[in-house]
Design a protein around this ligand. Structure first.
Ligand SMILES: [Fe+2]
Ligand SMILES: [Fe+2]
Length: 197
């Protein structure tokens, strides 16, 4: 699976979580919290892998190309990083929030809207340009590295952490270890309530 196919598959999975959430009734608090935890995990891993591998490769190819399309691609990567940043803040707030909080549903709604907008831009504008910019071989190799990185990426949002290399690679690997430790604790504590981590 090449890099773009992998990211598109992730997008589809996240959109399925959104659809499941939208089907729930107002009072399904526990199911809402569970789904939001899944969204947080999937989106944290997805954005980390984009920021560590896909975006830097695409941006440097864009800048190197020295063409109009190359420039547009490099600029849209910067815009993507800002969109990720806003999404990560929302995720980090949701992580600490119970579904019965009066702002929970509205926050999830805005999260879904921002992620859908971002995904539309990636799939509709960025990815077709990237296909022209990067060789199929390069996209395939990137896909293999991204698939591996998904297993080692942070599982929680870190809006204050660096989002470009080398800072995000260093901070990301430390965060990933801590996140996965916390995830384990959460799984071990088979409590209904989430620990306020
Ligand atoms: Fe994406
Ligand atoms: Fe993205």
């Amino acid at each position: 699976m090449d890099a773009i196919a992998l990211l598109t598959r992730d997008h589809r999975e996240v959109k399925q979580l959104f659809a499941q959430f939208e089907k729930l009734t107002e009072r399904a608090a526990k199911s809402k919290e569970k789904l939001v935890l899944k969204m947080i995990r999937e989106l944290a891993i997805h954005s980390a892998v984009e920021e560590m591998l896909f975006y830097p490769a695409v941006r440097s190819a864009g800048l190197k190309a020295g063409t109009r399309v190359g420039e547009q691609v490099a600029d849209s990567i910067l815009e993507s990083l800002e969109e990720h940043h806003i999404v990560k803040w929302t995720l980090s707030e949701l992580e600490k929030m119970d579904a019965d909080d009066e702002r929970f549903d509205a926050k999830v709604k805005v999260l879904i809207e921002s992620v859908k907008h971002h995904v539309e831009e990636e799939e509709g504008e960025l990815f077709p340009k990237v296909r022209k910019l990067l060789e199929p071989q390069m996209l395939a190799e990137l896909g293999v590295r991204m698939e591996k990185a998904k297993k080692l990426a942070p599982t929680r949002p870190h809006p204050r952490a660096p989002d470009m290399p080398p800072g995000n690679i260093v901070a990301g690997s430390v965060a990933a270890i801590m996140d996965r430790g916390k995830d384990l604790m959460r799984d071990v504590l088979t409590r209904e309530k989430r620990p306020q981590a």
